[in-house]
Design a protein around this ligand. Structure first.
Ligand code: NZQ
Ligand code: ZN
Length: 389
């Protein structure tokens, strides 16, 4: 492991069937006014809303609601949330939902006392907050993004046709606490569930496919990927298998809580390609990643062949006997492709609403990253989107 780094993760986690009780320990630490942020209503249907409100009331909190956070939260909604948080004089933002709700809560947190335009400051200029921020807590209902234990926040600007993530470096933007009850994810539609599974895989691969040194992080990631593949095969057949769903929830958190990135360059080009698709189609995040991944990885494989061979052998149990390195590496990607199809992931961006006429906009919306095995040219990005259609 050759990189230098600082590591600190301040998020306290409550995990398992009684995790929501953790709210009783956390709420007394904050003032009276709680901005309760949630999405389109799934938490009202599955009863999580009632449980959370009962605990908030039992702890003497004044509840101010900010509902309707959409998947891929927009900057327009963010402006509304900032106003709500200001009016409520919120002491704590409690996000109850998936990555979109958690990301949005962090964006409100850094914007509520900020006089500048948050889109320009945080998502175009990637600055850190210079103002007071509000503490955020999460009750997670969808697994995949890792937002429950990181400083990431992704916001979509539909007018500008851009979807941009800012990974805040300041640890005070990380959720102060997160409640992770695997059973809260049981009511997810299968489409969302498997999209989240692939999001986890993609987070790990984005960090794994970088660097050439011998790194403990790579060994940890191989274990996480093996666990994910194993448990996802069980969960897709039986979504209420607690053991599988709890393993997946834990893997998702560790896939993107900054630990496995330590000492590594990390790539993130698949996410840039996926976010461009998301910006133009509003498609589900994990599906956008699934649809661009194989063309991307097949494109960069020659530049990181040794790592792709290792991936094939250590994650997919491909035997190297009597084969060239290229054959082993390709067999690994074919094994992954088989697993993706088994889960029922979307394998083409045309199935997400993208078309040939969007290619220029897609290329323009894609940021070029420099930490992977190949820095893409605009032409290569166009080619990868074409192959993903
Ligand atoms: O809005 P409701 O009604 O709650 O429905 C949601 C939503 O439609 C539904 N859902 C969530 N929990 C449910 C449920 N339905 C039934 N039962 C439950 N228990 O699922 C839908 C999707 O939710 P969403 O929060 O959008 O999904 P996800 O967790 O995948 O979050 C996606 C967002 O996170 C960003 C993505 O770009 C996207 O904007 N990301 C954030 C990252 C981070 N913070 O580090 C990294 C990721 O790579 C990602 O970019
Ligand atoms: Zn992701």
């Amino acid at each position: 492991m050759l990189g230098n780094f600082t590591y600190c993760n301040p998020t306290k986690l409550y995990f398992g069937k009684d995790a929501l009780d953790g709210l009783n320990k956390e709420l007394p630490k904050y003032g009276k006014n709680v901005l309760l942020v949630y999405g389109g209503g799934s938490i009202k249907k599955n009863g999580i809303y009632d449980k959370v409100v009962a605990i908030l009331k039992a702890n003497g909190k004044e509840i101010f609601e900010d509902a309707g956070v959409m998947p891929n939260p927009t900057v327009q909604k963010l402006y509304e949330g900032i106003e709500r948080a200001r009016k409520a004089k919120a002491d704590l933002i409690l996000a109850v939902g998936g990555g979109s709700v958690c990301d949005y809560a962090k964006a409100v947190s850094v914007s509520v006392n900020c006089e500048e335009d948050p889109w320009e400051k945080y998502f175009i200029r990637f600055e850190e907050p210079a103002c007071e921020t509000l503490p955020v807590g999460c009750v997670l209902t969808m697994v995949g993004t890792g937002s429950e234990m990181n400083g990431g926040s992704v916001i979509t600007n539909r007018e500008a046709k851009l979807k941009i993530g800012h990974v805040f470096a300041d640890e005070k933007i990380f959720p102060r606490f997160s409640v992770l009850d695997p059973e809260f994810t049981y009511t997810l539609p299968k489409y969302q569930m498997v999209a989240g599974f692939y999001d986890i895989m993609s987070h790990i691969m984005e960090q794994y496919f970088s660097g050439e040194d011998d790194s403990t992080s790579d060994y940890i990631m191989e274990g996480l990927m093996r666990s994910l593949v194993h448990s996802s095969r069980i969960a897709v057949k039986n979504p209420t298998d607690y053991e599988a769903r709890s393993n997946i929830m834990w893997t998702a958190t560790w896939a993107l809580n900054t630990l496995v990135a330590k000492g590594k360059d990390t790539d993130w080009e698949v996410h840039m390609l996926g976010q461009a698709v998301g910006a133009l189609t509003d498609a589900t995040h994990g599906m956008t990643l699934a649809a661009v991944s194989l063309p991307y990885y097949r494109h960069i494989m020659p530049y990181g062949l040794a790592k792709f061979k290792r991936f094939a052998e250590n994650v997919w149990d491909v035997s190297p006997d009597g084969k060239t390195d290229e054959q082993v590496a390709e067999e690994g990607l074919r094994a992954m492709e088989g697993w993706m199809k088994e889960l029922g992931l979307v394998m083409n961006i045309s199935d997400l609403g993208a078309n040939e006429g969007m290619l220029d906009d897609l290329v323009n919306a894609t940021l070029v990253m420099t930490g992977g095995y190949k820095v893409l040219t605009k032409e290569e990005i166009g080619q990868i989107f074409k192959e993903s259609l």
